[in-house]
Design a protein around this ligand. Structure first.
Ligand code: PHE
Length: 340
């Protein structure tokens, strides 16, 4: 009897149910009134009394196995039938969502494009820098406050001082050390400063810095290059003005403002009613920096400039909170690629 039960068990497992017909055949063969389980139950009376309980249990399990398989296939056949019935080929398809470019990537690409049109190459360098490339070669005196813990994230203090770069001027030092003029390059990249995060400041942001070194490079070249840049980026009517400033690595140095593109210089709350927006710092490369990088300052001169990409994107797209750039809210990010 046990063998018979086992055989039927195997038969149940092997029976292939592929459609409603084979499902019905399965039901009749195993669970019908003349089916296998009924037949075996009929033979229970010939089993010796002391085995009846055990065999009875086995038969119940057998019937349950057949019933479970039947129910399972019944349901899955019914639901696939439903799918087939509800297939409506005239319905519009599900469109795939297309990703958008990050506003900072868009602005960075635009800046790179503008400078590449006048012969600038792109240089990159490490985000973890030593003291020499981030500070010393750039004429920062040892006691300069920018080296202070307030502004710089130090990774290692002491002799082998390492820090997260605070500007991409460090990349320009590397370029000057490794090539001979003429040099025309921009260095886009992420920089870090130890600042409390708010709408107007972040502990990291992005810069594009530029460097031009050749014989007879003058302040007039710098001014015209920046005017060209401002007009390419903000439109033909954009004007620039320069205000004297100080950076350890440039002499003379200046801050550059662009005429307010939001109010056409009439005065608004973005330009604080001055008609001008500050966009970058610049100056003639200090001879000390050229010499530190192995360039003869009696033969060569050059200019450098640096701007924050977030700042430019803020003016272009009127974004008033810096934190939005790194929060990855898709609703924010989507807005800058037309057609999405
Ligand atoms: N490195 C400066 C900064 O981080 C920007 C700058 C670059 C200024 C080159 C002058 C010349 O703010």
């Amino acid at each position: 009897m046990k063998d018979l039960i086992l055989n039927v068990q195997n038969e149940i497992a092997a029976f292939a149910i592929t459609d409603n017909q084979s499902l019905e055949a399965f039901r009749i063969y195993f669970l019908g009134s003349k089916g296998k389980t009924k037949e075996l139950f009929g033979e229970l009376k010939s089993v010796p009394n002391e085995q009846k309980k055990e065999v009875g249990q086995q038969l119940n399990e057998l019937r349950k196995t057949a019933e479970d398989k039947f129910e399972l296939f019944k349901e899955s056949l019914a639901s696939s039938q439903e799918d087939a019935n509800s297939l409506d080929l005239s319905r519009p398809g599900d469109s795939d969502e297309i990703g958008a470019r990050h506003p900072l990537s868009l602005v960075r690409s635009e800046i790179i494009e503008i400078f590449s049109r006048i012969g600038y190459t792109v240089s990159e360098g490490p985000e973890i820098e030593d003291d020499w490339h981030n500070f010393s070669a750039l004429n920062f005196p040892p006691e300069h406050p920018a080296r202070d813990m307030q502004d710089t994230f130090f990774i290692e203090k002491g002799e082998n001082e390492m820090a997260l770069r605070t500007h991409t001027s460090s990349v320009q030092v590397r370029v000057m050390e490794n090539s001979t003029p003429p040099i025309r390059t921009i260095s886009p990249g992420r920089v870090y400063r130890n600042e409390a995060i708010s709408a107007r400041a972040h502990c990291f942001f992005h810069q594009v810095e530029g460097l031009y070194i050749d014989k007879n490079v003058s302040f007039a070249d710098l001014k015209q290059t920046l005017l060209y840049f401002a007009q390419e980026l903000f439109g033909d009517k954009a004007q620039i003005r320069m205000r004297p400033s100080y950076f350890p690595f440039t002499e003379p140095s200046a801050e550059v403002d662009v005429s307010c593109t939001i109010c056409n210089s009439k005065g608004c709350n973005v330009c604080k009613y001055s008609g001008w927006l500050e966009i970058l710092g610049c100056g003639m490369v200090d001879p000390n920096v050229l010499e530190a990088c192995g360039i003869d300052s009696k033969v060569y001169s050059g200019f450098a400039f640096g701007m924050g990409i977030e700042r430019i994107a803020q003016l272009k797209y009127k974004v008033n909170d810096l934190r939005l750039y790194s929060e990855n809210d898709v609703r924010f990010l989507k807005q800058f690629t037309p057609g999405i």
